[in-house]
Design a protein around this ligand. Structure first.
Ligand code: F6P
Length: 547
């Protein structure tokens, strides 16, 4: 593997980043009237304006050279063609096959996987129709009114995010609940007020070994059995997993199981049977539209030239800031309230994928990789942490996301929201210089010492980079395209950095140690040696538990 840092395109990119570190974006818009038009792109029902970035044509050209030099196009073909690009787990990575049309032919080891995908989707649709129509009955003959999804990580975040985002499309007669944490408060909170006879549990776990999920599922099963007896389980529990034997061993009939495959990564799984709660909530037609939106983005990603490719552009801009200008975080700022769980979802998607420091060839990287992803709905952010974004010392690239159409929000609210959305990107770019501050303070009647003291505090440097993503609509197709945009962005960054975006060994150590500490907490004395800090904490907790 050629060292990334030895590539001429990498070195050029870093030089451009150094040159553009102090670009005057306000002046760049004045001197180049075509800038805004040139650095914007419309595809898949969304407009990306990336002109408020610290870029110019030469910098972008070097970034596209970098993408080519690191093999983005070849790796893209390998991803979409079902090659085993997840080398440390020897798996293909085929979330795109989950939303492929019925007549597509996508092969893993010579076997077309699309017919199996559609067979499961057909079963999911039929099941969803029965539950939604009231034909699927609980143990005492009543229809289902509440669905509880028990899962964590990729078996929770995608469905939660999508169901929130598509609330307007949700069925009004079914309430959805999600239980992820093993802190028993959450399950207790959800179960309180539910009637076992009208509640359906989905136990969602790719591996069906995840301790948090199985602990919650066991408790939920016991709750049901206590109220309705063992025979009720078949009417009230379904499983979503790749692990049939573990589902049976748990006590769920595999006739009530919806399967998927090892080539679906947890954080890429909402398109698979893991999306069952979404399908139950928004119905088969809307779920198909969600998938169609993602498929449109897949096609765009596969076919558009790199220079006009939305995920590629987002990925390269991210690399420009992370590797060229020292940014270590990426803010996701959605302005539509239904997108409030998008940042949490993207945290797993991006950080579990690209939070790596070893390359595919086993060498340790000598450059930065995945950033810290964070965010909240943008308007709330404005009244909390945007101060730092405008005047702090950190460079924080931001994705501003909003839908232009928002039928649910009254026009008065929607206009104010969009005005704030646009104003923030303008303010972050243009800033406010000393001359403007002085003029403003004078106009407000200040002069002399009082004015001088305030001037430095009121200056905004500007040139803070933002992407503006305007969705035509926050509908199932629009959401599908948005999610796939970020999936592919993460892929492209992983390729450039030469890392495996599809394993997650970093989550293992904590899980292993939790097992030994759990045993220690259950016994009067620790069974395993720990460092002094951890041992002291174990002793403290053990004592508190006894008290
Ligand atoms: O611990 C991390 C992780 O393995 C994620 O990658 C995954 O999405 C989550 O746990 C849940 O895993 P499972 O679906 O197998 O329960």
């Amino acid at each position: 593997m050629t060292a990334l840092t030895a590539l001429p395109a990498w070195q050029d990119t870093l030089k451009h980043a150094q040159r553009l570190q102090s670009i005057d974006l306000r002046a760049a818009f004045v001197s180049d009237p075509a800038r805004a038009q040139r650095f914007r792109l419309k595809a898949c029902g969304m407009l990306l304006d990336y002109s408020k970035n610290r870029i110019d044509d030469a910098a972008l050209a070097s970034l596209f050279d970098l993408a080519r030099a690191t093999g983005v196009e070849t790796r893209r073909a390998a991803l979409l063609g079902g090659e085993r690009i997840n080398t440390t787990e020897n798996r293909a990575v085929l979330h795109t096959a989950l939303r492929a049309p019925r007549d597509a032919d996508i092969r893993v080891d010579g076997q077309n996987v699309v017919p199996e995908v559609h067979a499961v989707l057909d079963r999911m649709n039929a099941f969803a129709e029965r539950v939604r129509s009231g034909e699927w009955l609980g143990h005492d003959g009543r229809a289902i009114t509440d669905i509880v999804n028990i899962g964590i990580g990729g078996s929770d975040l995608g469905p939660v995010m999508a169901c929130q985002a598509l609330k307007d499309y949700g069925t009004p007669h079914i309430d959805l609940h999600f239980v992820s944490t093993v802190d028993g408060w959450q399950l207790a909170d959800v179960l309180e007020g539910l009637d076992p006879a009208t509640t359906l549990f989905i136990v969602a776990s790719k591996t069906f070994t995840t301790q948090e999920t199985l602990t919650n599922a066991k408790a939920a099963r016991a709750w049901l059995v206590a109220a309705a007896g063992e025979a009720a389980v078949a009417k009230h529990f379904v499983a979503v997993s790749t692990n049939g034997p573990a589902v049976s061993a748990f006590g769920i009939d595999t006739a009530n199981m919806f399967g998927f495959w090892d080539w679906v990564g947890g954080r890429y799984s909402l398109w698979s049977a893991i999306g069952l709660p979404i399908l139950l909530y928004i119905g088969p037609d809307n779920f198909r539209a969600l998938q169609a939106g993602a498929r449109a983005m897949d096609e765009h990603f596969a076919n558009a030239p790199l220079e006009q490719n939305l995920p590629v552009i987002l990925a390269l801009l991210g690399i420009f800031y992370i590797n060229g200008m020292g940014a270590s975080t990426q803010l996701i700022s959605p302005y539509n309230q239904p997108l409030h769980r998008l940042p949490a979802y993207l945290q797993q998607l991006d950080m579990e994928s690209n939070g790596k420091s070893v390359r595919l060839d086993g060498e340790t990287v000598n450059y930065h990789t995945g950033p810290v992803i964070w965010g909240e709905p943008g308007i709330n952010g404005q009244h909390a942490y945007y101060q730092l974004l405008h005047q702090g010392t950190e460079l924080v690239p931001i994705d501003f996301i909003a839908a232009v159409a928002n039928p649910k929000s009254p026009r008065e609210h929607h206009l104010i929201m969009l005005a704030n959305f646009l104003a923030q990107t303008e303010a972050l770019m243009r800033g406010k210089n000393e001359t403007e501050v002085r003029a403003e303070l004078s106009a407000a009647g200040l002069s002399g010492d009082a004015l001088e003291k305030l001037v430095p505090h009121k200056i905004f440097d500007g040139n803070r980079p933002t992407n503006t993503l305007l969705l035509d609509q926050l509908d199932p197709a629009g959401l599908g395209s948005l999610i796939a945009l970020y999936e592919h962005k993460v892929f492209v960054q992983g390729v450039v950095w030469g890392i495996n975006s599809y394993d997650q060994w970093g989550v293992e150590l904590g899980k292993q140690l939790a097992k030994t500490i759990e045993a220690d907490l259950r016994s009067p004395h620790s069974l395993t040696a720990h460092d002094a800090s951890t041992q002291g904490l174990i002793d403290y907790v053990r004592k508190a538990l006894k008290a």
